[in-house]
Design a protein around this ligand. Structure first.
Ligand SMILES: Nc1nc2c(c(=O)[nH]1)N[C@H]1C(S)=C(S)[C@@H](COP(=O)(O)OP(=O)(O)OC[C@H]3O[C@@H](n4cnc5c(N)ncnc54)[C@H](O)[C@@H]3O)O[C@H]1N2
Ligand code: MOO
Length: 403
């Protein structure tokens, strides 16, 4: 079977996503990092009244002549406005956020007035008319569209939603991603490790990626290389209503690589198997009823790199985020000479340094896909396209930032 190019595989995988997760309404305090399910309009105008941006005096701009004396009528504080109006030669003591009294059009900051606190002040330094006045609606007006559906609610977006008067928000339900490790050799961290056994790490790595992308995780544990066990756990994913089933390992061509067959027996329509990338070649995808099935290779680095490239976009698509198929790479320079590449696109663990010429990604010497230590040290994955000719240090490249 021919190797599927990475962008073709990603497009096909995203096309297999059946839709977005349903919308749920949550109190604002539970919405951090969730994704908006609908456009958000302002329920109110902000600020609702003209107010002062500084502590000082509300005055008429025409009066701000150095040496002029102004009579102080009273005070306007945040939450307690001045009930009266300001005429020529008059001022009202005002504090940040307080409503501008009628007749005033400019704020004289207290640093530019003499006699602060007394019944009359003297202008020390003028200011242009309108200075330090925040007009009503400066930030937004009732009915303004503030945030688009598909926006991830970071701190600024959440603050804006609160300021716009929303006590609760319509967000997409977190996609449920079932993660199933496979392999007779695997034991959990902390368990005794017998001869021929290794510690399972991939589920934990993928769970972190899923949660960071906005999904929630159903950990299906470790299936043995045995059809009955695999079928039972695949059934658990289906029973739990998982949106995505990620299997780990058993994807290649070895005699104990049963995952594809097990998924097919459970009813999976195979999308593609084997991608033109390194690491990650034996990845497979398909649809299993309502679930998107993604079979990741067992090598730890392969599973994480495929997680970044394929699982994260699927979660974003389920959340209705814009352009999940977008190019996540950035332009940079190669930090070392590289040989010509073959038919698999390379994703090389690299250091990343900002030089005068731009970001320089230097692939590590060793790239074995079992070596997690190198991945944890890498700042970026430098990309070497399919059949790229030999390249020199300083040649342009693209890289994906990891952290
Ligand atoms: N003859 C060929 N052999 C292999 C090919 C090939 O094309 N022809 N492809 C190689 C590539 S590339 C990869 S990647 C691996 C992936 O194979 P599998 O997906 O079948 O993975 P396993 O054999 O199950 O495991 C590989 C490796 O990773 C360890 N592993 C598995 N699961 C976990 C886990 N949850 N946590 C930590 N480590 C895990 C496993 O013990 C093995 O050491 O196949 C190549 N072979
Ligand atoms: O493609 Mo495998 O993922 O090289 O190790």
């Amino acid at each position: 079977m021919a190797l599927t190019p990475v962008p073709v595989a990603l497009r096909a995988l995203l096309d297999s996503v059946p839709g977005r997760t349903p919308i749920e309404t949550l109190p604002l305090a539970q919405c951090a990092w969730r994704v908006l399910g609908a456009d958000l309009a302002a329920l109110r105008t902000q600020p609702p009244f003209a107010n002062s941006a500084m502590d000082g005096y509300a005055v008429r701009g025409d009066d701000l002549v150095p040496g002029a004396e102004l009579r102080v009528l009273g005070e306007s504080a945040a939450g307690r406005s001045f009930d009266g109006s300001v005429a020529a030669g008059e001022a009202v003591r005002i504090f940040t956020g307080a409503p501008i009294p009628e007749g005033a059009d400019t704020i004289l900051i207290q640093e530019n007035a003499d006699g602060v606190g007394s019944a009359a002040i003297t202008v020390r330094e003028g200011a242009p008319k309108g200075k330090f006045i925040r007009k009503a609606g400066l930030d937004f007006s009732e009915g303004d569209q503030l945030l688009a559906a598909g926006t991830r609610l970071d701190s600024a977006a959440l603050g804006l939603a609160a300021a716009a008067g929303h006590p609760a928000l319509a967000v997409r339900r977190k996609p449920l991603v079932a993660i199933l490790a496979t392999g007779d050799e695997l034991v959990l961290p902390g368990e005794p490790v017998g001869p021929d056994q290794i510690v399972a790490s991939n589920s934990f790595a993928l769970a972190a990626l899923v949660e960071q992308a906005g999904g929630s995780v159903l950990d299906l544990g470790i299936a043995r290389d045995d059809h009955a066990d695999l079928a039972a756990r695949i059934g658990q994913a289906r029973d739990a209503g998982a949106d995505v089933l990620v299997t780990l390992g058993g994807a290649s061509v070895g005699a104990h690589d049963l995952v594809q067959e097990a998924l097919k027996r459970a009813g999976m329509d195979l999308g593609f198997w084997k991608i033109a990338m390194r690491p990650g070649k034996p990845m497979m995808t398909g649809r299993l009823g309502p679930m998107v099935a993604i079979g990741l290779p067992g090598n730890p680095v392969s599973s994480i790199v495929c997680g970044h490239l394929f699982v994260v976009p699927v979660i974003e698509a389920l959340l209705g985020m814009p352009s999940p198929e977008r190019d996540r790479s950035e332009p940079g320079l190669l930090g070392r000479d590289m040989p010509a590449n073959d038919e698999r696109e390379d994703y090389l663990r690299s250091s990343l340094v900002l030089t005068e010429a731009g970001w320089e990604a230097t692939p590590f010497e060793r790239q074995d896909s079992s070596m997690l230590g190198l991945l944890a040290r890498a700042q970026a994955l430098a990309i070497r396209p399919v059949f790229a000719p030999a390249a020199r240090k300083g040649d342009p490249c693209r890289f994906i930032r990891l952290r």
